[in-house]
Each structure stands twice: as structure tokens, then as C-alpha cells.
Design a protein. Structure first.
Length: 549
């Protein structure tokens, strides 16, 4: 009797420790990360044209064409709506976008757990076979991958895509699907498509699920027609090239790097090949071991994995021209981790039937992932303790410098254009509007300066302004068109946000939109095409490689 009580206490303690680990991974770490990032970086870059979006809203000039115009291949309608919502209703919030991303991943986690519990109940599995699934899935979804999910607001498009795609797959993954569930699946597919171009792959994946689940011809036909219309709408003004045919080896590396994106750059291709082999081996195992009526349990995990694989293939087809490194872009980690989530579901549901050899292989992968997970968080907190607002790399000025109409005194080649640089939040422009954005030539008090942003000591930075050919640049109302760079004189740090340029009297004499050279690296060596952006009392330059005026 005493031995039984002791065993029960040991089991309870292990259970409590297990759920404590899940709580830390899924709640404490991400929220702590959000708090630190918001504290360190007051200006969160929400989208490349979000400032223009907000000013267009103030001037009542927003049009449907603006909402749907592509950024590269993406038409981020939903992302733009969320960023505008934030700027209107939460103008001073530092946490809105990051917390929204966090709750999207949390909702995706509960979707995965709910679907797994349904499958486990049908297979009549004991509790021993699924606890590691909870822990590993939480680690997968909240894997920081160089803090990509929390740092930049525009990456909210990928949490949105992952959530809506996962919800669509679960709606379609059953036989005799009702019209209500079918309608919800179409709506979720549309939302996934409005989140990013990666969501386009839900249409062929959803059609495959309808075939596997033997849905009616009418439902399959309607889904195909809607999907083809959406795909055409996305691609009619984009010119995609088949680089995978001309560069098969690089494309293969790109594809496997994409699938192994959650690992380090050195191991990404190897990990990508390994998870691909495990995925197709998992399909073979459950088709060999289960009756036809139970195979439908695995359809959601099959669709999740195929979605990630299809995205990797399409990315290799269309983006290989940017170099293999593009596949390791941190934004794609959210998509590649869906394949890891699929593998987790596959093998967790077959855990009790796996041979010892397979269990050892999977335990090794679990151990490897934990090492990457812990190491990535260690890197995050190490970087944040070094004042991550400043980046040790050259920062380009792809948007040029916006000066007021009386900018004649600032000639080309001036090294000192401002006595004070003010790192401001996008929402700070809302504070300066009252009611329209007459912020240029406005004099700011010390109180206002502290309210809207962070002052950067200009003594440690130089601003290079140079004249460029009018062949490539559009001029201001008066004065010359300028472009340039802002870089640290000591070469240790660089600014990575947007600046208000103030003179000695705290008067706003200009505004500089700047961004990471790494993000805009594709512009190097390219002939820029420019789009004129009218604010209130001046004009800015926007370099754009895909659109003309």
C-alpha cells in the first residue's frame, strides 16, 4: 500500500514537472522575449510601406488598388489591415504586433493538440505515448530562430498564414464534410491567401484533402475554381522564372535549406534532407500498419507536411535568383517548422508500434532540436543584453531622405545635416499630426521628444548626403534629389530604424527612412525604379524594383 502511494507521488511530480516545462516554453519565454524586444526597440518596423499607409488613411486617399498591390510576390491585405488597426487604435503600443503573433502561435498550438487528442482517442492510445508530443510541439512553434517572430512587425504575415492554413486543414480532414465546415474552410483559405503568398499553397493541398476524404464533386469543383481565380489574381502581374531548371543543384540546396531552416545555416540542408526522408517514411509506415478507416486520422499531418514541402519547392522555383541564402531567411522558419510539427504528429501517433531502431533515431532528433532550441534562446538573450537596437553592419537608405521645401541650405555632400537624430516610433507621427501631419518645420519640446522616441547622439554618427542622377531619382518640390547612408564613425554599430532630423533648436528639418542593408540586399547593383510618395509638405523617394509610377 505504501509502495503504491509512493509510486503515485512520483508520477504526480513527474507530471507537474512536465507541464511546468510546457508552461515555460509556451508562455514564459516568448512573453519575456516580447517584453525585452519592445523595451529595446521602441520603433518596430511593421511594413515597408506602413508609414505611407497611415498617411493615406489620414488624408482619405486609401484605394482598393493600394491594399492589393504586391510587395514582391506577396499581397499582404490582412497584414496591412492589422498594422493600420494598430496605428489607429493603439498608436503608442510597443507590444501589439508581437503579442498578436504570440497568440496566433498559441492558437495554432491548441489546434494541433486538439487534433492530436482526437486521433489518439480513436486509436485508443495510452497516455504514455503522447506527452513528449505536447512538449516538442510547443518547442517547435515557439522556436525563436533569431527572434524572427517577435522582432519585426511585418513577419506577422507568417503567424497568420500558419494559423489559417492549420485551421483549414483540420476543417477539411474528415469524411462527409458538412457544408458549414466546408464554407469555413473556404473562408480560412481566403484569409491564409490574404496573409501572404505562402498561403496560396493551401488551395492544392485542400483539394488533395477533399479527394482523399472522398468529398462530393460539387465541393471539389467549387474549391478548385475559387483557388484558380485566387492564384490568377496573385500571379497575373508577376513574372516568375523557372530557375530550378537552369540551376538544378542550387535549387535542390535551396529546397533542402528551406525545409531545414530552423537549424543553423551549416546544417540546414542536411537537416532538410533528413526530415524529408522521415516524412515520407512516416507516410509509408502508417499506410502499412493501419486499416483504411483509420488512415484518415493521419491526413492532417500529411497535409501540414506537404504544405511546407510545396512552399519549399515553389520558393526554389521563384527565388533561387537571390541566392541560396534567401532560403534561410528567418521569415521562412515559420513555414519550415510546419514540417517538423507534421513529423511530430506522425511518429507520436505511431510511437507504441515503432521498432527500437526508429525510437532511437527519433530520440536523437528530439535531443538535437532541444539543443538548437536552448542554444537559440541563449543567443537571443545574449544579443539583447548588448543593446540590440544598433546593428553592426552598414545600413542603406533605400527610401532616401525627406527634406522640407526650404532645403536649399542643405547642399549635396554635406556631412552634417542635423544636430540631433531622433529615433522615433511609427506611431509617433500620429502624435505629431494634430490633425494633419504638419510635422516638418515643427519645433519639438524636450517633453515631446521623450514621448515620441529616443535621442541618438549625432556625434557618433555621420550622415552622407549625395546628389544622384535624375535618370534614376525623382526630385523634391525644390532642391535636389538626395540619397545616402547613416553609419557609425566607430564602425561598431549602426542605426536600424527611422529618424527625425532636428537642428540645434529642435526644429524638424527632415525625415530619414532607413532599413537593414541585409533586408534590402537585392537592391545592390540593381537599377532602381522609383515611386513618388507625397506626404504633406514634401516628397520622398522610394526605390522599388517591381513597380513603376
Amino acid at each position: 500500500m505504501v509502495a503504491g502511494i509512493i509510486d503515485e507521488e512520483i508520477v504526480m511530480k513527474k507530471s507537474n514537472l512536465f507541464f511546468l516545462a510546457i508552461f515555460i516554453i509556451a508562455v514564459v519565454f516568448p512573453l519575456l522575449l516580447i517584453w525585452i524586444m519592445a523595451y529595446q526597440i521602441p520603433f518596430g518596423d511593421t511594413w515597408d510601406d506602413s508609414i505611407v499607409l497611415y498617411f493615406s488613411y489620414l488624408h482619405h486617399t486609401l484605394t482598393w488598388q493600394y491594399w492589393v498591390h504586391p510587395h514582391n510576390e506577396h499581397r499582404v491585405i490582412l497584414t496591412r489591415a492589422i498594422t493600420l488597426f494598430k496605428d489607429i487604435f493603439f498608436p503608442t503600443s510597443r507590444y501589439f504586433i508581437q503579442l498578436t503573433s504570440y497568440f496566433l502561435f498559441l492558437a495554432t498550438y491548441f489546434l494541433l493538440v486538439f487534433q492530436f487528442e482526437k486521433a489518439r482517442f480513436k486509436l485508443q492510445y495510452s497516455e504514455k505515448s503522447y506527452r513528449w508530443f505536447y512538449l516538442l510541439t510547443a518547442g517547435i512553434l515557439f522556436f525563436p530562430k533569431d527572434i524572427s517572430f517577435w522582432r519585426w512587425g511585418f513577419i506577422i504575415q507568417f503567424p497568420l498564414t500558419v494559423f489559417f492554413v492549420t485551421a483549414t486543414i483540420f476543417c477539411l480532414s474528415q469524411k462527409n464534410i458538412t457544408w458549414l465546415r466546408y464554407g469555413c474552410a473556404i473562408l480560412l483559405s481566403l484569409l491564409a491567401t490574404a496573409s501572404s503568398a505562402n498561403g496560396l499553397m493551401i488551395w492544392p493541398i485542400g483539394f488533395l484533402l477533399l479527394i482523399l476524404c472522398r468529398s462530393s464533386i460539387m465541393k471539389m469543383a467549387a474549391y478548385v475554381i475559387i483557388g484558380l481565380i485566387i492564384i490568377y489574381f496573385y500571379s497575373h502581374d508577376n513574372h516568375l522564372q523557372g530557375f530550378i531548371i537552369n540551376e538544378p543543384i542550387k535549387s535542390f540546396l535551396y529546397f533542402t535549406d528551406f525545409l531545414g531552416n530552423w537549424s543553423t545555416a551549416l546544417l540546414a540542408s542536411v537537416i532538410g534532407c533528413a526530415v524529408l526522408v522521415l516524412f515520407f517514411n512516416g507516410i509509408k509506415l502508417f499506410f502499412n500498419r493501419y486499416h483504411v478507416e483509420k488512415i484518415t486520422i493521419f491526413y492532417p499531418w500529411l497535409a501540414l507536411g506537404l504544405f511546407a514541402i510545396a512552399n519549399g519547392f515553389v520558393a526554389a522555383l521563384t527565388r533561387i535568383q537571390f541566392g541560396v541564402g534567401q532560403s534561410l531567411s528567418i521569415r521562412y522558419a515559420a513555414i519550415s517548422l510546419m514540417l517538423c510539427a507534421s513529423l511530430t504528429g506522425f511518429y507520436a501517433l505511431q510511437w507504441s508500434r515503432l521498432s527500437d531502431r526508429y525510437k532511437k533515431i527519433l530520440k536523437f532528433f528530439v535531443f538535437l532540436f532541444i539543443v538548437f532550441f536552448v542554444g537559440s534562446y541563449h543567443r537571443v538573450f545574449f544579443q539583447l543584453t548588448k543593446n540590440y537596437r544598433f546593428i553592426a553592419q552598414e545600413i542603406a537608405l533605400p527610401y532616401g531622405v525627406l527634406l522640407p521645401t526650404d532645403n536649399g541650405s542643405y547642399s549635396a555632400g554635406n556631412d552634417k545635416i542635423a544636430d540631433r537624430l531622433l529615433l522615433y516610433r511609427q506611431s509617433a507621427l500620429y502624435t505629431l499630426s494634430n490633425p494633419e501631419p504638419h510635422y516638418l518645420n515643427q519645433t519639438l519640446s524636450e517633453t515631446m521628444i521623450k514621448k515620441i522616441g529616443v535621442t541618438v547622439d549625432p556625434k557618433n554618427y555621420s550622415i552622407t548626403i549625395g546628389k544622384r542622377s535624375l535618370k534614376n531619382y525623382v526630385g523634391f518640390i525644390s532642391g535636389v534629389a538626395v540619397s545616402g547612408s547613416i553609419h557609425a564613425k566607430n564602425n561598431h554599430a549602426n542605426l536600424s530604424a527611422s529618424l527625425l532630423l532636428l537642428n540645434a533648436d529642435h526644429k524638424i528639418i527632415g525625415i530619414a527612412f532607413i532599413a537593414h542593408q541585409q533586408f534590402f540586399g537585392f537592391m545592390v547593383g540593381a537599377q532602381p525604379v522609383n515611386q513618388l510618395i507625397q506626404l504633406k509638405k514634401g516628397y520622398g523617394i522610394r526605390q522599388d524594383r517591381t513597380r513603376t509610377i
